[in-house]
Design a protein around this ligand. Structure first.
Ligand code: ADP
Ligand code: ZN
Ligand code: MG
Length: 491
């Protein structure tokens, strides 16, 4: 019988992300990055001599794009370069690159040396991913292969501000890689740096993967995987590569450093190009742009703008406030909703009931108005109002059911919930004496039902509760009615 000699391998992954920045104009010219509202996106309508790469034109740096990269770097705990950030030319020939070079950053990126803490629910923990750099560059035009030997080019995308974020090879599994992508997307959206939409192409992701025997300290040969249009594809492609590498290494076959594309339909990767075919980009400093020297004051101003990020907030909700992962996830998926919840808690409501109301009835009303784009921060009823309503429930002055009715009105009008309770007569009677008196009246009115209940007909209890509630016009505290009625019947 053969003894298994299978080697244990460790997976090493590093991720490169390109994200289009949310600016209104392009990186080096005034062309808009998106069509005007209500306008169709006709090809080659948002172009000018600069982004078409005409000789003799000069680029001008988009200040907002610089700011968004710095903001991202700060959110990723990066160091921001303030001495002299250089732009460099990355030279290569391709029809989607009108100038014959891309203006990018190479030796001195705007931000570097950061980290992102990534929750990995699939593995029940978190991983800290080192951020090598986040730098600024420009997007290329969009090629469309029209088939039958010709292609068309749309230059609307040429020169759109693009940020590249590169990680250290710190990721140890395809599930971690996916979680990194999702956490980064959340971060980019939370700080408003990018729409980070994989399907729309405003976020693109590439995975680098290699295997090494457990215990080894040197890296194995890496493969870069492209053509990933979802986080699921990223995870699947990396899983495929991990299995392929392990098999090759088991058989003692060397791996080739190459770029492979993910074939979604067939669930496999295919060679795109090997290292030998790699371009020599002949980087050199961009002579048409001055070095960039962001002032310390500017950096400080941006640092103050970095909000609490969704992943941090989720951890805080679970670890400090004791919310479930589920509630924490629902709240932090929407920054405005999370802020609303925070304010309800700040107003003195315990986190759990606050989360129940905000993710429950409040969110339901909000979703009904989703078509109007209503966000939690624009709802007429502020968090203080909701807190007052929850306080009334806690105090037993309004029932949960009536509170929903009150909330539906206050949500639209912003009226004080306590005033609505009074006006509509929706208050709850929690007065033991008042309830006791009604119970006695019911017991006197239905002596035969009472006798039947006492001789074992349990189902009559519901009938008697109903009679008490009816006498009190539905305003009695149901819990108290149940308790008192039971006590008197069983006496
Ligand atoms: P290249 O020069 O091929 O672009 P880089 O050194 O710039 O390679 O790294 C690109 C990405 O690949 C980074 O995210 C990095 O962390 C990752 N990476 C580098 N070496 C490895 C490796 N051996 N295995 C997996 N990922 C790696
Ligand atoms: Zn232009
Ligand atoms: Mg690289």
């Amino acid at each position: 019988m053969a003894i298994s000699t299978r080697t244990q391998f460790e997976t090493i992954i590093g991720i490169e992300v390109h994200a289009q920045l949310r600016t209104s104009s392009k990186m080096f010219c005034p062309c808009p990055t998106a069509p005007a509202e209500g306008q169709a996106d006709e090809p080659n309508t948002r172009v000018c001599p600069v982004c078409m790469g005409m000789p003799g034109t000069l680029p001008v740096i988009n200040r907002r794009a610089v700011e968004l990269v710095m903001l991202t770097g700060l959110a990723l705990n990066c160091r921001v370069e303030i001495d002299a950030v250089r732009f460099e030319r990355k030279n290569y020939f391709y029809p989607d690159l009108p100038k014959g070079y891309q203006i990018s950053q190479y030796a001195l990126p705007l931000t570097s040396n950061g980290r992102l803490v990534v929750p990995v629910p699939a593995e029940g923990g978190e991983v800290t991913v080192g951020i090598t750099r986040a730098h600024l560059e420009e997007d290329t035009a969009r090629m469309q292969h029209a088939g039958r030997g010709y292609s068309v080019v749309d230059f609307n995308r040429a020169g759109v501000p693009l940020m590249e974020i590169v990680t250290e090879p710190d990721i140890r599994s395809p599930a971690q890689a996916r979680a990194y992508g999702e956490t980064l997307r959340e971060l980019l959206r939370a700080i408003g740096a990018s729409n980070a939409d994989m399907e729309a192409g405003s976020m693109r992701i590439e995975g680098n993967v290699s295997l090494r025997p457990v215990g080894s300290t040197t890296f194995g040969t890496k493969v870069e995987v492209k053509n990933l249009n979802s986080f699921r594809s990223l995870e699947r492609a990396l899983e495929y590569e991990v299995a392929r590498h392990a098999e090759a290494l088991e058989r003692g076959e060397p791996l080739v450093q190459e770029t492979r594309g993910w074939d979604e339909e067939n669930g496999r990767t295919i060679v795109q190009r090997s290292k030998e075919e790699a371009n020599d980009y002949r980087y050199f400093p961009e002579p048409d742009l001055p070095p960039l020297r962001p002032s310390e004051a500017w950096v400080a101003e941006l640092r103050a703008q970095v909000p609490e990020l969704p992943a941090q907030r989720r951890l805080r909700y679970v670890n400090e406030l004791g919310l479930s992962e589920y509630d924490a996830g629902v709240l932090t998926a929407d920054a405005a909703l999370a802020a609303y919840f925070d304010a309800v808690v700040e107003a003195g409501i315990a986190p759990k009931p606050a989360a129940n109301w905000v993710t429950g009835e409040f969110s339901r009303l909000l979703n009904q108005r989703a078509a109007d784009g209503l966000r939690a921060d624009a709802v007429a009823l502020g968090p203080g109002g909701l807190a007052r309503l929850i306080g009334e429930i806690d105090a037993g002055r309004v029932s949960g059911t009536n509170a929903k009715t009150v909330l539906a009105t206050a949500f639209e009008t912003g009226e004080d919930p306590v005033a609505i309770v009074e006006r509509e007569g929706l208050g709850q009677v929690s007065d033991g004496d008042a309830i006791g008196a009604e119970i006695e009246a019911v017991l006197a009115e239905f002596p035969s039902q009472v006798a039947d209940y006492r001789s074992g007909k349990q189902q009559l209890f519901g009938f008697l509760v109903g009679q008490v509630m009816k006498r009190m016009a539905g305003r009695a505290d149901a819990r108290l009615v149940n308790q008192e009625l039971r006590r008197r019947l069983d006496a």
